[in-house]
Design a protein around this ligand. Structure first.
Ligand code: GLN
Ligand code: ZN
Length: 765
């Protein structure tokens, strides 16, 4: 009989119970015991769901008090040494200090888990780490599941992925140097799990889907041979990309099973089935753990049949990856219309899809015939719905020419006309868009949404906010102003709500990090802009000042990247549709007299495929999408873009190819190191490297920002340099915002004065 399982279930709870319990605990409102109770309730509930759905194993080890990587470190006794915690006596309070920091210790760094929007805490590898054992939480959770009568499959981040995802710190030259210490630690764990009666251990090695150097690849046989001595049966899990090129290595490892992501990379199956080792389990990840569409059960069944014929009960059915990346339960979507609700499946619904496939393979086709029929009619309904297809959009996209994505003239020509129009001083100052989102703003927005505030009153409340933001910027003597974005709760949702083709959920929360959850919209149909989205705000803001006011849009790649996307057309097509909608907005802003338009692309870099060989194809359409939305303007209209959160040095030619007149980027946290690449590459257009970190409430001193600017000047020409913060200011309070911007403007002015003085000096002598 074929078995069914998942690689992990979302831990936050259908109503974000874990988030609320954590935050109450952090505020000191509830005890640790209450928080722990919430944790066990959630685990029990999620296991019950898995069992009731008919999975053969429940997933243990996918729960974490903040993050699964941090939990693994706590288990191994490998939290960063700088905290000085006693590994075996680590408390939950200590754990949260590592995750969130406190006045004595800065928090561990956080970064994106592969190409997802989930952030893990980055291990800090130092030579003094001993991995000599940590907390018993995993074993307690296992005992909990066993006591509830569940057949538990334990999941663990594998040793090589863990090492790979950490950062090497002082005293160590390479993370693999820790291998001789981490392997015995895992050996101990595995032996203990075996003693505790665990039959299967899912050991996640997602790095197998990345481009890996030989040293990492060679470490696999070594590590897994060492682990195979005394252990539950090992199910080695790969996901997020194909491991086709690793078939030989995978086949040679002494493991009892291998999991493949057949949603992201279905084409890898035949290659891996060739020479599949005798008796080894293949866990086929066919139900999408990264998206919310209902599965096409009949075609999946067909796809699985050859593998089933070859492997029989050694074929398992699974989610493609952990369900961590999708919302918990569609049942809470009471506001969605029946038609589109029927197209979707969240984590809970995906459990039944997995089981239906298993039953069909096991010859119980009659038991699941209604489920297959329902899936089939949902697929057909989605395929044929008039809400999906908009001929106007399709025709327009088909008619797009290369010329549409090019400005009339090159930057060198445009910038002269722009300078003439705007008359900006050297080192012009600006900000990234948002200003503090105060309680008053949020309350007004909420009241409007709930119908408690009438339309005109809402407009007036937002306009009052814009007046305030403009007045403050004028007082601060900033050169290029923004309206402050008070009308936006979220930079993607705000636009999605005004575009056809976008859907929204009430409760579709997905964990982003710790207690923070996001509720991505979903794009189901051809994207179409029925009317202008931002012009009235920008026009009003511009009417208040004679200084240039930047229009503010979210770019096509970010609109795509931070949403659940259609799986019935390439991402590229969706991105270009969004670009066309934004292009109309850009044109409307220009017509309304807005001379500078910023198109934010903070997610540009995170859209990069995991494998380098796929980069060029992505960058090609991503750049094209940006240019398509931005290139329809006159030479003297200045296009800005903004990017943050990432390293750009390896994609600089493409960032330059976007051909924005001005790019503002996050650089202060890396002490302008990021900028060196821009200098070496001789980035041609204007650039505003962030001179202070907006993530911290600390007010930067003038001298600090001057130093950063001098650093920037050493790699960039003065004429190209702008002065601005790292990112938007919406999470900050007013007093610190004013103080920081005051200092920033002063830093720019002082610099202007010295440069002018130098020039005069040169002129006269
Ligand atoms: N314009 C947006 C803001 O200032 C940009 C946000 C971002 O880069 N994430 O808030
Ligand atoms: Zn930003």
């Amino acid at each position: 009989m074929t078995s069914a399982h998942i690689l992990g279930f979302p831990r936050i709870g259908a109503q974000r119970e874990l988030k609320f319990a954590q935050e109450a605990y952090w505020r000191g409102e509830v005890s640790e015991a209450t928080l722990r109770d919430t944790g066990s309730d959630l685990r029990a509930r999620h296991w019950a769901l898995q069992k009731q759905a008919g999975l053969d194993y429940v997933s243990v080890g996918d729960f974490a008090w903040y993050d699964q990587v941090l939990n693994t470190l706590a288990l191994l006794g490998a939290l960063p040494a700088r905290f000085g915690f006693h590994a075996a006596e680590l408390t939950l309070a200590d754990y949260y200090v590592a995750a969130r920091g406190n006045p004595q210790h800065f928090a561990m760094e956080m970064t994106k888990w592969f190409d997802t929007n989930y952030h893990y805490l980055v291990p800090e590898w130092t030579a003094d780490l001993n991995f000599d054992g940590g907390v018993n939480w995993l074993f307690d959770e296992l005992a909990e599941a066993q006591a509830l009568g569940h057949q538990a499959k334990v999941t663990l981040v594998g040793p090589l992925s863990l090492l790979y995802l950490g950062k090497v710190k002082n005293g160590l030259s390479h993370s693999l140097d820790l291998l001789p210490k981490i392997i015995p630690a895992y050996q101990k764990l595995l032996a203990r799990l075996q003693q505790a009666g665990v039959e299967w251990l899912q050991i996640d090695e997602p790095i197998l889907a990345l481009d890996l150097d030989a040293e990492w690849l060679n470490a696999f046989p070594l590590a897994y041979t060492a682990l195979s001595a005394q252990t539950p049966k090992l199910l080695l899990a790969t996901y997020f990309e194909s491991v086709k090129d690793r078939a030989e290595l995978l086949h040679s490892l002494p493991v009892a099973g291998v999991h493949l992501d057949l949603v992201r990379a279905p084409q890898q199956l035949p290659a891996l089935l060739e020479n599949w080792p005798q008796g080894r389990v293949l866990s086929a990840g066919v139900i999408d753990g990264r998206n919310i569409w209902r599965a096409d059960l009949s075609s999946l069944l067909k796809q699985l049949q050859p593998a089933h014929a070859q492997l029989g009960e050694q074929l398992w059915i699974a989610s493609s990856c952990s369900l961590l990346h999708v919302p918990v339960d569609l049942a809470y979507e009471t506001a969605l219309d029946e038609e589109s609700k029927n197209w979707l499946a969240f984590a809970t619904q995906k459990l039944t899809e997995i089981v239906a496939l298993k039953q069909a393979l096991n010859g119980n086709a009659t038991a699941v015939v209604t489920q297959f029929d329902a899936a089939e009619s949902a697929i057909l309904s989605r395929r044929n719905s008039s809400r999906i297809h908009n001929m106007m959009v399709k025709k327009r996209l088909a008619a797009v020419t290369a010329k549409d994505a090019e400005r009339h003239h090159v930057f060198a020509e445009r910038i002269g006309k722009q300078q003439q129009r705007f008359q900006l001083p050297l080192f012009p100052t600006t900000s990234i868009g948002s200003f503090p989102q105060t309680k008053t703003i949020r309350q007004a927005r909420a009241a409007y949404k709930q119908g408690r505030l009438a339309h005109l009153e809402y407009l007036e409340a937002m306009r009052a906010e814009i007046r305030l933001v403009v007045a403050q910027q004028e007082r601060l003597d900033i050169d290029v102003l923004v309206h402050g974005e008070p009308e936006r709760n979220d930079m993607v949702e705000y636009f999605g709500e005004q575009l056809w083709g976008y859907g929204f959920t009430l409760n579709g929360w997905v964990q982003s990090y710790g207690s923070r959850c996001v509720k991505p919209p979903f794009i189901y149909g051809d994207v179409y802009r029925p009317e202008a989205m931002t012009t009235s705000w920008s026009e009003y803001a511009q009417s208040l000042t004679s200084k240039p006011m930047k229009g503010m849009l979210t770019g096509p790649v970010t609109m795509l990247q931070w949403s659940f996307v259609r799986d019935d057309q390439p991402r590229e097509a969706t991105a270009l549709q969004i670009a066309l909608a934004l292009r109309d907005e850009v044109t409307d802003l220009e017509k309304a007299g807005i001379g500078m338009i910023q198109i934010d692309e903070p997610a540009f870099r995170e859209g990069l495929p995991l494998k380098r060989k796929d980069w060029a194809a992505y960058l090609d359409w991503a750049v094209r999408a940006f240019k398509l939305c931005s290139a329809g303007v006159k030479d003297d209209t200045q296009i800005h873009t903004h990017m943050c959160y990432s390293e750009f040095n390896d994609i600089l030619p493409w960032i330059a190819a976007m051909d924005a007149d001005v790019i503002t980027i996050e650089t202060s946290r890396s002490d302008m190191e990021l900028l060196e690449g821009f200098g070496e590459f001789a980035y041609p257009n204007d650039i505003g490297p962030g001179v202070y970190d907006i993530h911290s409430p600390r007010v930067p001193r003038v001298a600090e920002m001057q130093r950063l600017l001098q650093k920037a000047r050493s790699v960039l020409p003065d004429a190209r340099l702008w002065v601005n913060p790292d990112c938007g200011l919406k999470t900050r309070d007013w007093p610190e915002t004013i103080a920081a911007l005051e200092n920033m403007v002063q830093a720019a002015k002082l610099l202007r004065a010295t440069v002018t003085a130098d020039e005069e000096h040169q002129d006269c002598c």
